[in-house]
Design a protein around this ligand. Structure first.
Ligand code: 0X9
Ligand code: ZN
Length: 468
C-alpha cells in the first residue's frame, strides 16, 4: 500500500484545524512570505544585468492589476462573420481570450483598455458581464490560499506520510510533480516504468509513467495533463489520478488493474513553469518563433490533424498559434512518436484541460459525426451523472465541435485519426468561469475526484483485457 500525506486526511469535506495548528500555520505563513520576499529580492538582484537595456521583458513577472474578466453573450453568427469580436478585442485592445464557445466569449482586458473596449462593444450593442474586477487579486489570493492551506497540514503529518511532499491542497511546481513520479516508480519497481520521452526547447524533460502488470497483453489507456500552461487544475488532477491508482493498487478492480496506464501529468513543462514564475495566464509552450517578441505554440493546435484549419492562428503572437508545421514542437513530436509505437491495444486517450465542466469527444477539426458517437456519448453521460452524484458538480457530455466550435490540430482528434483510439475524451475541468484558470486551491480535491470519476467510468467501459 502506497501512502502519502493526503492519504492520511482523505477527501473529507469541511476539515478544520485546531487553534494550535492555526497559530502554527499563521507563523509558518508569515515565515514563508518573508522567505518569498527575500528570495524574490535576492533572485532579482542576481539577475539584474549591468546594462539595464538588456533586461529581458520575458522574465519580468506579468501583472494584471485591475484587469477585468468579461463574459460576452449574444454574439450573433452574422455579426461574428463581419466583426470577429474576440479577435478585434485581442488585436485592438490587447484582450486575452480565456474561453470561446457557442454561447459566450470570456476575455480579459487590461486596466488601461477597459474604457475603449467597452465603447467598442456598445457600438456593436454588446454589454459584457464582469466576471472579475481584478484578475491580479484573484492570482494573489490563489497563491496565498495555497501557501496557507498547505502549511495547515504540516502540523498533522505522520512520520510515514512526511516522506512524500505531494498533496492536493495547493498546486505544485514541475520538480515536485516529477519527484512524485519518481517516488511511485521507486515504490513499485516491478510494475512502474518512468520514461523520459524527450526534452523541451528550454531543456526540461518530458516524463511519462507506465503502470502495468502485463504490458504485452493489456489494453492501454493514455492520460495527459498540462498541455495548456495556465490550466493548473489539470496537472493537479492527473497527479491525483496517479495517486488514486497507486494508493491501493492491489485492491483495484480487474478493469483497472488489468489495463496498462500511460500517465503524463505535464505535457508542456516550459509553459507550466513560465505560468508559475512569470505570467500566470500563459497558455502555449515557450519555443522561440520568427517574431522575437512573441514566443510559444499552442500544442493543442500543433498535432497533425486538420492542422492550419479553423480555430487556430498563423500569427505567432496569438494564443492559438498552430506552429510553423504540423508537429513542429518537441512536445508534440515526443508524444506522437511515443504513442505511435504503442498504438496496438490503445483503447483510450484522455486529456485534461480547464475550464468549462465538459466531457467532449471528436471531432473538433470538422463538423462531422464520429464513428462510435453513440458509445462515446453514453460513456461520457454516465461519467457526468456519476460526478453529479459524487460532488454535485454538473458536467456536460457533448461533441467537441458542437459546443466548443471547430478547431484543428488537437491531440484528441489526432489520437483518433492517426491511431484509431476509441475512447477519446477532452475533459474541461472546473469551473464555469467564476475563477476560470485561477481556480482557488480549495477546489482541487473535489475537481480531481471528478477527473478520477471519468477515468473509472472509461476503464469500466473498456472492460478487462482478455488475458486479465
Ligand atoms: O481549445 C482547446 O484546445 C481546448 N479548450 S481550452 O480552453 N482548454 O483551451 C478544447 C480542446 C478540444 N479539442 C480540440 N479542439 N481538438
Ligand atoms: Zn486547455
Amino acid at each position: 500500500m502506497f501512502r502519502i500525506a493526503e492519504a492520511e486526511t482523505k477527501l473529507a469535506h469541511g476539515q478544520s484545524a485546531d487553534s494550535n495548528n492555526a497559530t502554527m500555520a499563521q507563523t509558518t505563513l508569515l515565515l514563508q512570505l518573508l522567505l518569498l520576499v527575500v528570495a524574490v529580492a535576492a533572485s532579482s538582484a542576481n539577475q539584474l544585468p549591468s546594462n539595464l537595456t538588456q533586461l529581458d521583458a520575458n522574465k519580468i513577472p506579468q501583472r494584471y492589476d485591475e484587469a477585468q474578466l468579461w463574459r460576452i453573450y449574444n454574439i450573433s453568427e452574422a455579426m461574428q462573420q463581419r466583426v470577429p469580436v474576440g479577435q478585434m478585442l485581442e488585436q485592438k485592445f490587447g484582450g486575452n481570450i480565456w474561453k470561446e464557445n457557442s454561447k459566450f466569449l470570456d476575455i480579459s482586458i487590461a486596466r488601461d483598455q477597459l474604457k475603449a473596449a467597452r465603447s467598442f462593444l456598445s457600438a456593436h450593442r454588446l454589454d459584457p458581464q464582469i466576471l472579475s474586477h481584478n484578475i491580479q487579486s484573484m492570482i494573489d489570493e490563489e497563491l496565498l490560499e495555497g501557501i496557507q492551506s498547505s502549511s495547515f497540514g504540516h502540523g498533522r503529518r505522520t512520520k510515514k506520510a512526511a516522506r512524500s511532499s505531494m498533496h492536493w491542497k495547493d498546486y505544485h511546481d514541475l520538480e515536485t510533480i516529477y519527484s512524485f513520479m519518481r517516488e511511485i516508480r521507486t515504490k513499485f519497481p516491478n510494475i512502474v516504468r518512468l520514461y523520459t520521452i524527450g526534452q523541451t526547447a528550454e531543456g526540461r524533460d518530458l516524463k511519462v509513467l507506465r503502470i502495468s502488470e502485463n504490458p504485452r497483453e493489456n489494453k492501454k489507456v493514455w492520460i495527459d495533463g498540462g498541455i495548456h500552461a495556465r490550466e493548473w487544475i489539470s496537472p493537479a488532477t492527473v497527479t491525483f489520478i496517479l495517486y488514486q491508482l497507486m494508493s491501493d493498487w492491489e485492491n483495484q478492480p480487474a478493469h483497472i488493474r488489468g489495463l496498462t496506464w500511460y500517465i503524463m501529468p505535464v505535457m508542456n513543462p516550459d509553459g507550466y513553469e513560465y505560468s508559475r514564475t512569470t505570467n500566470r495566464l500563459w497558455r502555449k509552450n515557450r519555443s522561440p518563433s520568427r517574431r522575437a517578441q512573441c514566443s510559444g505554440v499552442d500544442l493543442n493546435r500543433n498535432f497533425d490533424i486538420g492542422w492550419n484549419g479553423y480555430g487556430s492562428s498563423t500569427n505567432p503572437c496569438s494564443d492559438t498559434y498552430r506552429g510553423s508545421a504540423p508537429a513542429s514542437e518537441r512536445e508534440t513530436r515526443a508524444v506522437a512518436e511515443f504513442l505511435a509505437k504503442r498504438k496496438y491495444n490503445l483503447e483510450s486517450y484522455l486529456t485534461f484541460h480547464s475550464y468549462g465542466q465538459m466531457i467532449v469527444y471528436p471531432w473538433a477539426y470538422k463538423a462531422v459525426k464520429v464513428k462510435d458517437a453513440s458509445v462515446l456519448q453514453r460513456v461520457s453521460s454516465l461519467a457526468a451523472e456519476r460526478i453529479l452524484q459524487k460532488t454535485g458538480t454538473a458536467y456536460r457530455a457533448a461533441v467537441t465541435h458542437e459546443v466548443l466550435g471547430i478547431a484543428g490540430g488537437g491531440s484528441d482528434d489526432w489520437s483518433r485519426a492517426a491511431l484509431g483510439v476509441k475512447y477519446v475524451y477532452t475533459i474541461e475541468l472546473r469551473d464555469r468561469g467564476a475563477y476560470g484558470f485561477v481556480l482557488p486551491p480549495r477546489f482541487i480535491k473535489d475537481t480531481a475526484l471528478e477527473g478520477w470519476t471519468v477515468v473509472e467510468t472509461v476503464a469500466q467501459a473498456i472492460g478487462p483485457s482478455s488475458s486479465g
